[in-house]
Ligand binder design. Structure first.
Ligand SMILES: NC(=O)c1ccc[n+]([C@@H]2O[C@H](COP(=O)([O-])OP(=O)(O)OC[C@H]3O[C@@H](n4cnc5c(N)ncnc54)[C@H](OP(=O)(O)O)[C@@H]3O)[C@@H](O)[C@H]2O)c1
Length: 263
């Protein structure tokens, strides 16, 4: 299927590694121009170099900004230019006992996981509507539907992202702009791989053993393995494409079947 993304310009927040990098790569594979993002020039430049190596002829550049810092986000928005496909991917996550999550943690999670998407969408959606075509995609999580007891702050922000996508879609009525949300499940991104390696070390086991044990021990996973970042990226690229024109305001799952109910 031709996903008709040649000539489209995409921005993927938080894309120097993990799911964001895989989305950038998949969009480049389909011929879109892509702007990647991370907090440091070194890591952003390294991601651009890797993408140029992996996708010959790739039209890829980087804008550095930390989404925890509103002033840096303002500079990013000034520099960004027109965007046809906005992928709100950036997100932070960490296991934490509820009683130990400080006000500062709550604020940082809200800034990075929710306000990133608010600020980018507020800046870019109007242009999409004026030009008559656009795609806004939020990368949320099954944790926004079934909030984990050991990541309440994370689940709370991911529920907020689902609500944001649902509300913004209503602003696109009668246009060829769509806003959709992906509910990802446990994915072996670079961030998760680092957390697994750290936990394995603490438990005196190997990362491979712990990875298998976590996947097999997941209470509800139908997949019984971690999702690969590219499996989330495939859904993102479909939603970015003109071929997904009848899907708007939706929250679609790429969760490996961990959510057990229909709604
Ligand atoms: N992995 C999962 O199991 C899973 C499941 C469902 C949903 N998700 C969602 O998928 C998204 C990506 O997760 P991931 O697992 O791929 O993460 P990851 O491997 O940890 O990568 C995070 C990316 O975000 C960037 N980043 C982090 N904080 C940032 C900030 N304040 N400003 C700008 N960039 C920032 C990092 O770049 P630098 O370090 O270079 O700044 C990196 O490129 C998140 O929204 C997450 O909630 C993940």
């Amino acid at each position: 299927m031709d996903l008709r993304l040649t000539g489209k310009r995409a921005f993927v927040s938080g894309s120097t590694q993990g799911i964001g990098f895989a989305v950038a790569r998949a969009l480049l594979d389909e011929g879109a121009a892509v702007v990647v993002n991370g907090r440091s020039a070194d890591r952003a430049d390294a991601a651009v170099r890797r993408l140029r190596d992996e996708v010959p002829g790739a039209d890829v550049s980087a804008v550095v900004a930390d989404f925890a810092d509103a002033a840096q986000v303002r500079h990013l928005l000034d520099d960004l230019g027109e965007v046809d496909v906005l992928v709100n991917n950036v997100g932070v996550f960490e296991l934490a006992p509820f009683e130990q999550i400080t006000d500062a943690d709550w604020q940082r999670y809200f800034e990075v996981n929710v306000m990133s998407g608010v600020r980018l969408s507020r800046h870019l959606l109007g242009g999409m509507l004026a030009r008559g075509w656009g795609r806004v995609i939020f990368v949320s999580s099954e944790s926004g539907v079934d909030v984990p007891a050991d990541m309440v702050h994370y689940g709370f922000t991911k529920a907020g992202v689902i609500a944001l996508g649902n509300g913004l879609a209503k602003l696109t009525r009668g246009t060829d702009v769509t806003v959709n949300t992906i509910l990802g499940g446990p994915t072996f991104s670079d961030g998760v791989a680092a957390a697994v390696a750290q936990a394995a070390d603490a438990q005196g086991t190997t990362p491979e053993e712990l990875k298998s044990a976590l996947a097999a021990g997941h209470r509800t996973s139908l997949l019984q393995r971690f999702i690969e970042p590219r499996e989330i990226a495939h859904l993102a690229v479909y939603l970015a494409s003109p071929v997904s024109s009848a899907t708007n305001g939706a929250a679609l799952r790429a969760d490996g079947g961990v959510l057990t109910t229909l709604t």
